[in-house]
Design a protein around this ligand. Structure first.
Ligand code: XMP
Length: 317
């Protein structure tokens, strides 16, 4: 029978004993797991925990600034690193989804390694790994898989030679959320939808440009805010918008337009392995669609994805 209070007490004592006066580095992602891991370590070792939060330029609208601010308010010793230009340069001209993931994984490792080198005498690498990550590590897509393929190619980046500490490795997601609540973390942060490591890059079909990222951020922001305002956000497991690589004809006043199409996606799921599309109310979809077309320059058509997984996946790439 899991009790968050006891877990926090025990793990903090264990971390103190294990780490003592050593320095620890941790990458924050804005997600639940890395945040809870950071707050626990902060409780145990204070400012000897050095957090790094990287902006890859592919986060949601205003997310980097607002989450960084939140981290600082929580008393975390965090450095925000805006590496948008490095990621964009690495992604330029790439259309293949797996190559996008590889490029992002590679640049993330480079940026993180550069930052870790600026710290002296770091002994530990902390990670927000949870139990399902441990048992399913073989089938994991994303950053960890990218790190694995990186192993086979060149030598290990230096930060990966550090001793690893994973305070959440025995917990399930709902337990992590309960621990987070006990630690006083903002419920809104704890209730966030999952968001993929490669961010909006795999929701922009085709090549990535800053202008496309900006358009998708605006669309996504209207959709997510709408879900929250209509009390639908918490009944959806994951939601987002996809920018399609086609233009369609529309009409605005007397003029014919030829602009981008976006797809909205909202799914119900327990673990992301299977998923059903959510039957969002028609009047909600209508409001969101109008708002997107009226407010986001460059978009003249909105469609809703009614595919379930399998055979479709949650992401389009
Ligand atoms: P799919 O598209 O495979 O997605 O049905 C299942 C879940 O995994 C997330 N996802 C990723 N997460 N790196 C990640 O960290 C990735 O490359 C990646 N691809 C998909 C997706 O958002 C969904 O929650």
């Amino acid at each position: 029978n899991f009790t968050p209070d006891t877990f926090v007490e025990d793990i903090v004592a264990e971390l103190k004993l294990k780490i003592q006066d050593d320095k620890v580095v941790l990458g924050l992602s804005g997600g639940v797991d890395s945040t809870v891991a950071a707050v626990l370590l902060n409780k145990a070792i204070g400012d000897n925990l050095y957090c790094i939060f990287v902006n890859n330029g592919l986060l949601r609208k205003n997310e980097f600034e607002s989450v960084l601010h939140q981290y600082k308010d929580m008393g975390l010793n965090v450095k925000g690193v805006d590496a948008t230009d490095r990621f964009m340069a690495a992604l330029a001209g790439i259309e293949d989804p797996e190559l996008k993931r590889k490029a992002i994984g590679r640049v993330f490792i480079e940026v993180f390694d550069d930052e870790a080198h600026l710290l002296t005498d770091v002994k530990w690498l902390a990670q927000g790994t949870i139990y399902p990550d441990v048992i399913e590590s073989i089938s994991v897509k994303g950053p960890s898989a990218t790190i694995k393929s990186h192993h086979n190619v060149g030598g290990l980046p230096d930060f990966m030679k550090l001793q690893v500490v994973e305070p959440l490795r025995m917990l399930f997601k709902d337990e992590v959320r309960r621990v987070g609540a006990t630690l006083g973390i903002d419920p809104e942060l704890l209730g966030r939808h999952p968001f993929p490591g490669p961010g909006l890059s795999i929701r922009i079909l085709g090549d990535i440009t800053l202008e496309k990222v900006r358009i998708l951020q605006e669309v996504d922001d209207i959709f997510i805010k709408g879900l929250k305002e209509h009390g639908l956000y918490n009944s959806v497991w994951q939601a987002g918008a996809i920018l399609l690589p086609v233009n369609s004809v529309g009409v605005m006043g007397d003029e014919r337009t030829y602009e981008k199409v976006v797809a909205l996606r909202a799914v119900e799921s327990t673990d992301g392995m299977t998923a059903d599309w959510v039957h969002l109310p028609y009047d909600f979809l209508q409001k969101v669609s109008n708002k997107i077309i009226n407010n986001v320059k460059g978009v003249n058509r909105v469609v809703y994805d009614i595919s379930s997984k399998p055979p479709a996946t949650i992401e389009w790439e």
